[in-house]
Design a protein around this ligand. Structure first.
Ligand code: L34
Length: 296
């Protein structure tokens, strides 16, 4: 079998269209304009590219948006007071601090400083905890995007065997929590694999839906995939150089070989990445509605 490709780009465009209409409505009817600040510390080229994608999308959707770029040597205290400023800014509904942060800054301390109501990344422990008990307001953007990709591609999650490769706080753990919930678009049986898992292949071969966030090219090869499985590749690895002198972007899955076995597969680029950015917009619209008392 040769897989159908799930275009994250197309699904993301569809959700953005819905959001654009909603933002127009919010602005004209209620004078509510979703406000997003993206804070970037330092000059990591990948982070710069992701953050500029977020800013560009926010503008397209008619948000009020601020790009706040700080030098890599900003002190932790300065960064914390910057967050405090945005916590108290009524025009800002969502605060995103792009990760990773420089080594001298305690990432958790920074994430904990964000007002949970403005935590559109869903990384604050309050929101992490709420997700776990099925009361989540903001799902972290990448896992939320994966769930939307599955729903909007007509993939049945209920009763499905989902195997997640990777246990990070931003992808592996939250996607497992989301898909195990007693809820529409979830209700799956979830197995989480990681670097200490014995015989990963014995797990991945059982997967109806295989979600790979291992952070390593070819972490999943064709022999590890069941015929007809749905494969979601969350990896973004920059490898080698093209003749034009650009790094090549590849996922964590051996795409060319795995697509011959899977029924559906996401590409990199153009798969999960665009969804991550789009769900950030979704969460920010939700935060704006919440602040305006239009959503509980
Ligand atoms: N706070 N930090 C915070 N929130 C996040 O949700 C992120 N993440 C991850 C890294 N740090 C973060 C992102 O934004 C990863 N990530 C992200 C966002 C967008 C894309 C990839 C990762 C993306 O747009 N990918 C494109 C290719 C872009 C390129 O060429 O560089 C794609 O099509 O996959």
């Amino acid at each position: 079998m040769s897989a159908k490709i799930i275009s994250g780009k197309d699904v993301a465009a569809q959700i953005r269209e819905e959001l654009r209409a909603e933002v127009m409505d919010l602005t004209s009817k209620y004078n509510v304009k979703p406000g997003l600040v993206t804070i970037l510390v330092g000059e990591d080229p990948a982070s710069q590219s992701y953050v500029s994608g977020k800013q560009k999308t926010a503008k397209e959707l008619g948000f009020f948006s601020i790009q706040d770029t700080q030098s890599a040597d900003i002190s932790e205290d300065m960064l914390l007071s910057l967050i405090d400023k945005y916590n108290h800014d009524p025009k800002i509904h969502g605060i995103l601090v792009q990760l990773p942060l420089p080594k001298h800054i305690n990432e958790n301390k920074v994430l904990y400083a964000i007002d949970p109501d403005k935590d559109v990344d869903g990384f604050h422990p309050v929101n992490v905890g709420k997700l776990m008990i099925g009361e989540g307001r903001y799902f972290p953007c990448t896992p939320f995007g994966i769930q939307q990709l599955l729903i909007r591609s007509g993939v049945k999650t209920e009763g499905s065997e989902v195997v997640v490769v990777g246990r990070s706080n931003i992808v592996g753990k939250p996607i497992s929590m989301i898909l195990v919930q007693k809820a529409a678009g979830a209700n799956a049986t979830v197995t989480m694999c990681h670097t200490k898992t014995k015989d990963i292949k014995s797990h991945t071969l059982r997967a109806d839906i295989l979600i790979v966030a291992a952070g390593r090219p070819k972490a999943v090869t064709a022999d590890m995939v069941k015929e007809g499985a749905v494969v979601i590749d969350v990896g973004v690895n920059r490898i080698g150089m093209t003749p034009e002198g650009k790094a090549k972007l590849v996922g964590d899955v051996d795409f060319d070989a795995v697509k011959e076995k899977a029924s559906l597969i996401t590409p990199v680029p153009g798969g999960v990445g665009p969804m991550t950015i789009t769900m950030l917009m979704y969460n920010t619209v939700k935060a704006a509605k919440f602040a305006a008392g239009l959503e509980k």
